[in-house]
Design a binder for this molecule. Structure first.
Ligand SMILES: *[C@@H]1O[C@H](CO)[C@@H](O)[C@H](O)[C@H]1NC(C)=O
Ligand SMILES: *[C@@H]1O[C@H](CO)[C@@H](O)[C@H](O)[C@H]1NC(C)=O
Ligand SMILES: *[C@@H]1O[C@H](CO)[C@@H](O)[C@H](O)[C@H]1NC(C)=O
Ligand SMILES: *[C@@H]1O[C@H](CO)[C@@H](O)[C@H](O)[C@H]1NC(C)=O
Ligand SMILES: *[C@@H]1O[C@H](CO)[C@@H](O)[C@H](O)[C@H]1NC(C)=O
Ligand SMILES: *[C@@H]1O[C@H](CO)[C@@H](O)[C@H](O)[C@H]1NC(C)=O
Ligand SMILES: *[C@@H]1O[C@H](CO)[C@@H](O)[C@H](O)[C@H]1NC(C)=O
Ligand SMILES: *[C@@H]1O[C@H](CO)[C@@H](O)[C@H](O)[C@H]1NC(C)=O
Ligand SMILES: *[C@@H]1O[C@H](CO)[C@@H](O)[C@H](O)[C@H]1NC(C)=O
Ligand SMILES: *[C@@H]1O[C@H](CO)[C@@H](O)[C@H](O)[C@H]1NC(C)=O
Ligand SMILES: *[C@@H]1O[C@H](CO)[C@@H](O)[C@H](O)[C@H]1NC(C)=O
Length: 583
């Protein structure tokens, strides 16, 4: 089957909202504000700089814990990643399981120091195994310089979703969650944030209103109260945000009679699983909330971009409970957005930026939005290797993207990808690769985790069951196996042998992805396979598109050369009316 490639443009997202086009004093905005794999947001506004800053979780992805900044709450620039050197947190390299790694961070500025408090979770370990949780603090004085983030400083807490808080006298505390231990709830201790030393025992402040997994706590001090806002109901369809308050830090905490204060649970909204919120004020004192959400409606079956960051407005009058605007939708009206005339500094990419024609010239570094699964084995990624100027050379790892068991990957996996940030997109690279040993393989992948991804590679296989002659094949693999997209391999047609190939992944509609190939100098791609979005709708992360190289456990060492890396957004679906590509 032939398909026209890169018929871009006709579906391009054109904003219908006048305020967004002019960018002035509009109170209209679109969700998600951080599309794609940006779960568990924590955001804060720094009035001196008139800038909003957000952190999100990254699980096994490396570099990890992206920080985005915005002047107007709608244009978000990547400043860099808190976790950008393997030495900051060496144990991430040994993380086991697709839901392990960096869970919910909290980002706060205090007396000139930025604090990023989070947990490195080994999610396959038993709930009562203390080594399941490694709670850590990163600090910097210059959030715009990612190299300046410290190494991880550990503190003892057998839980997760840890968040710092400073009382009126300046004493620092951390509040964090236990969902699985004998006493679920949100626990507080006095902690020296420089050393991680505990200066008190942990005290359970509040276990929520009875929902599953009371977690994601943040403490706020306002009008003589301590407000403890948490998420409950689990991070799926029952997700919701609840709040309690007390005049004393250690409680007792009185729940808000109006709980939950933010949820789309039990609705037919397109945005679901809303919760894990944070609250902040803009320069005019108006309140806003961010939270995580998945797009795909209550069917909750196809949501490849995973948990994304949404924005909604809030009201918090003196002495009263905060009220957060429900329901969360793709097109929202809130408070007047800050004017966008202010220039957002830095030169990082915008969160929804595409890749026009990314190449890898000598001396360049991989841009900060290209991700590996766990810290990379650096020598397996070669910029402009001999004879391939402008290419990225990929040395094959022994392990393929599944790894030995779908969960661990000792020795590493050669893979680099970027986030899917549009419902509809085309991702395309040029691959120059001539496998020489049986089973060695390189290609493109739609990757959520080791045990949830799809890959189309070029490999060398026996010409037939009775032949020992090796010939190039295209091999298509889904992990886990899907009867809707069974694995296969087909011989590479003569016209596509010994030539550079274009390899493409396309979200052609909101439920299916296609995988196609062509000669690099041709525009007519042949679709080899389709895969349903369910395969990459699972767990806590969001889908990446990228390239990989592996010997599949064999003897292959042939480098795969990649260039002309393109990612083009072709439509953002923001509501449940299936034909909508704009809102
Ligand atoms: C824009 O909004 C701000 C804050 O709401 C207000 O101070 C300013 O006067 C408005 N500007 C215009 C041109 O309406
Ligand atoms: C960024 O931080 C690193 C590490 O602290 C430092 O060596 C470097 O000079 C800083 N760069 C700038 C531009 O400040
Ligand atoms: C935290 O530890 C640092 C380094 O030991 C120390 O200088 C500081 O005084 C401690 N802070 C508190 C509140 O104990
Ligand atoms: C923690 O509690 C134990 C006993 O429950 C007590 O002996 C210890 O002093 C406490 N530690 C701190 C730092 O308060
Ligand atoms: C949704 O409905 C279920 C079943 O009636 C109920 O248990 C749950 O509390 C509801 N959740 C919210 C947030 O309303
Ligand atoms: C679609 O979403 C709208 C609100 O965004 C909601 O009112 C409507 O009931 C939903 N329809 C379906 C069929 O789910
Ligand atoms: C959100 O903003 C709208 C104005 O567009 C306002 O009518 C509504 O009351 C606000 N909701 C909350 C909870 O602040
Ligand atoms: C991927 O690697 C695993 C573990 O080494 C192996 O069992 C599997 O056969 C490999 N897949 C392919 C397509 O070679
Ligand atoms: C080749 O081997 C595979 C797997 O062992 C088998 O499924 C297939 O039927 C064989 N094909 C032929 C033509 O014998
Ligand atoms: C989406 O694309 C797949 C693969 O081409 C196709 O089977 C499916 O019917 C399409 N869905 C819609 C709603 O067009
Ligand atoms: C790898 O090389 C060894 C030694 O030459 C050979 O025995 C083995 O069959 C090769 N493995 C593959 C998968 O080709």
């Amino acid at each position: 089957m032939l398909t026209q490639s890169l018929t871009l443009g006709f579906l391009l997202l054109v904003s219908l909202l006048p305020g967004l086009a002019s960018g002035r004093n509009s109170s209209q905005f679109l969700n998600p504000i951080l599309p794609g794999f940006h779960p568990d947001p924590s955001c804060t506004f720094i009035s001196d700089e008139e800038t909003f800053y957000c952190a999100s979780s990254s699980f096994n992805a490396f570099p990890g814990i992206p920080i985005h900044a915005s002047k107007d709450l709608t244009t978000w620039r990547l400043l860099g990643n808190v976790l950008n050197r393997e030495s900051q947190l060496p144990e991430l390299a040994a993380s086991v399981g697709g839901t392990s790694g960096i869970w919910a961070p909290t980002l706060r500025l205090r007396d000139g120091t930025w604090y990023l408090v989070t947990t490195m979770v080994q999610d396959k370990k038993a709930a009562d195994d203390p080594t399941r949780w490694r709670n850590i603090i990163f600090t910097t004085q210059d959030i715009w310089n990612e190299s300046s983030w410290s190494d991880a400083v550990h503190f003892d807490f057998e839980g997760y979703d840890t968040s710092p808080f400073w009382d009126d006298d300046g004493t620092s505390y951390i509040v964090g969650s236990h969902a699985y231990k004998v006493e679920p709830g949100n626990h507080l201790a006095k902690v020296n944030l420089t050393t991680g030393e505990l200066q008190s025992n942990w005290t359970n402040l509040w276990a929520g209103t009875g929902g599953l997994a009371p977690e994601g706590p943040h403490l706020y001090r306002k009008d003589g109260y301590y407000y403890l806002m948490i998420a409950e109901g689990g991070t799926g369809l029952g997700h919701m945000e609840t709040i309690a308050r007390s005049k004393n830090l250690y409680g007792p905490y009185e729940p808000n009679p109006a709980n939950p204060i933010l949820t789309n649970a039990n609705t037919t909204e397109y945005f679901q699983t809303i919760g894990h919120a944070d609250l902040f004020q803009d320069a005019h004192g108006k309140w806003w909330s961010v939270a995580l959400s998945t797009r795909g409606g209550p069917a909750f079956k196809v949501y490849p971009m995973g948990r994304e960051t949404i924005l909604t407005n809030a009201t918090w009058e003196e002495g009263a409970w905060p009220v957060i605007h429900n329901p969360v939708r793709g097109a929202m009206t809130g408070w007047p957005l800050p004017e966008t005339g202010h220039h957002l500094p830095g030169n990082g990419p915008l969160v929804d930026q595409g890749d026009d024609d990314l190449q890898f010239p000598p001396g360049c570094q991989l841009p900060p939005y290209l991700l590996h699964w766990r810290p990379p084995v650096k020598q397996n990624y070669i910029i402009s290797p001999p004879g391939h100027r402008g290419y990225l050379g990929l040395k094959p790892s022994k392990l393929n993207l599944t790894g030995i068991d779908g969960n661990s990957a000792p020795g590493g996996q050669t893979f680099v990808g970027r986030r899917q940030v549009d419902t509809l997109f085309t991702y395309r690279v040029v691959l120059d690769y001539n496998p020489k040993e049986a089973q060695e393989e390189a290609g493109v992948t739609l990757f959520l985790t080791q045990n949830h991804h799809v890959r189309l590679g070029l490999t060398l296989l026996a010409a037939s069951n009775t032949s020992s002659t090796l010939t190039p094949h295209f091999r298509f693999t889904t992990e886990p196996y899907s009867s809707a997209a069974p694995p296969f391999s087909v011989p590479v047609p003569n016209a596509l042998q010994n030539t550079r190939l274009a390899m493409e992944i396309k979200a052609a509609n909101k439920t299916h992805f296609s995988f196609a190939v062509a000669r690099a100098d041709r525009k007519d791609l042949t679709v080899l396979a389709h895969a349903p979005g369910e395969i990459v709708s699972w767990g806590f992360t969001g889908t990446l598109v990228g390239v990989y190289a592996t010997s599949n456990g064999g003897n292959g060492t042939e480098i795969a050369y990649v260039t002309n890396w393109r990612y083009k957004g072709e439509g953002q679906i923001r509501s449940n009316s299936s034909s909508a590509t704009r809102l």
